[in-house]
Write a protein that binds this ligand. Structure first.
Ligand code: UDP
Length: 323
């Protein structure tokens, strides 16, 4: 397949690009390098430097490359920031994303696969979460992703553009070549690994009074290569829908810190801090639908193996993509 990957210089985008190239697909990465890295773009992929706020740029990239499928990773992703700068999130994650949907429809792209999120559910009543759980986001990030899912529903009805929204739980881990390198870093596992490396004086635990067994938030950490596999299956699938992607296992912030200590063999300081606004207590996926409809077969369900792959990548690239 010819696949255009918007946001292919970012963490999940670069790992998915590598996964698709390894399976013989032709890839064009379209990225504005706002948070991504030019070095993260696999040398086997074409690269177009462009921003989705520019309709003509994405329209031209699609006209030139003629993809059968498009994957959309190019979004802002920080829950905390979205609660301070909601306009930044709605502008990029909804308005700019609409340029991509419009260019796909105009140029008769068959399928768009969209990086959505467990944050669309807000504070779910039922755990594990199925796709029929009400979607009532409690942060602007989750709302921006849900809004674009709704846009896609209408593009499918009106223009026949097939879509798959993949609601990731917490992406984690790395491939041999590509891993997580955000600046500033806000995600738990890379931050704890930086503390283990001595690059941070401590790790802060955001909230210890949640209604969970150890009082810290529980998340479902899913390996980035399992996410990558789901994107290919979604492109091959000829229907539209939204699917959860997670392991079905929940890990608290405290247990992730213990896992990092045991995987790395390093000790470091842990500080207990206030809750971060917009954090639900527990997010665990029921991914039965993705397995049934897309044929998804996740390979990693062991948190040690997931953290180990991220640690190996950091040891190999101690400064991330900055050489
Ligand atoms: N977290 C934390 N300390 C940090 C970063 C994150 O305690 O320095 C917590 C955060 O409050 C959440 C969990 O770790 O409960 C996962 O956060 P992350 O930002 O990695 O992913 P999110 O679930 O927000 O997408």
């Amino acid at each position: 397949m010819r696949i255009l990957v918007a946001g292919g210089a970012g963490y999940i985008g670069s790992c998915t690009t590598e996964y698709l190239l390894d399976r013989g697909h032709e890839i064009c990465v379209f990225d504005a390098l706002l948070n991504g890295h030019r070095q993260a773009v696999d040398e086997r992929a074409q690269f177009v430097y462009g921003n989705l706020e520019d309709y003509n740029a994405i329209d031209k990239a699609i006209k030139d490359f003629k993809p059968e499928g498009v994957i959309h990773f190019a979004a802002f992703i920080e829950v905390g920031e979205s609660m301070k700068l909601p306009g930044k999130y709605f502008r990029n994650n909804v308005a700019n994303a609409m340029n991509l949907a419009e260019a796909c429809a105009t140029n008769a792209v068959r399928k768009i696969v969209f990086s959505s999120t467990a944050a669309t559910y807000g504070m779910p009543k039922n755990i594990p979460i199925r796709e029929d759980e009400p979607t009532i986001p409690i942060n602007a990030y989750g709302e921006s992703k849900l809004m674009f899912e709704k846009v896609l529903v209408w593009y499918e009805k009106i223009h026949g553009l097939q879509y798959t929204a993949l609601r990731y739980f917490n992406a984690a881990g790395a491939t041999e070549k590509h891993g997580e390198d955000h600046n500033p870093e806000t995600h738990l596992i890379p931050l704890v690994l930086q503390a283990a490396e001595g690059k941070r004086p401590h790790i802060s635990v955001f909230g210890t009074d949640y209604d969970t067994p150890d009082g810290t938030c529980i998340r479902d950490y899913i390996h980035v290569l399992d996410l990558a596999q789901a994107h290919l299956l979604a492109l091959e699938n000829q229907t539209s829908g939204a699917y959860n992607l997670g392991t079905g296992n929940g890990h608290s912030v405290k247990s992730i810190i213990d896992t990092v200590k045991s995987v790395t063999g390093k000790d470091f300081k842990v500080e207990y801090a206030d809750r971060r606004p917009g954090d639900p207590a527990r997010l665990i996926a029921d991914s039965t639908a993705a397995k049934k409809v897309l044929g998804w077969k996740p390979m990693y369900d062991d948190i040690n193996a997931i953290v180990e792959s991220a640690w190996k990548w950091r040891l190999k690239f101690p400064n991330g993509y900055q050489n």
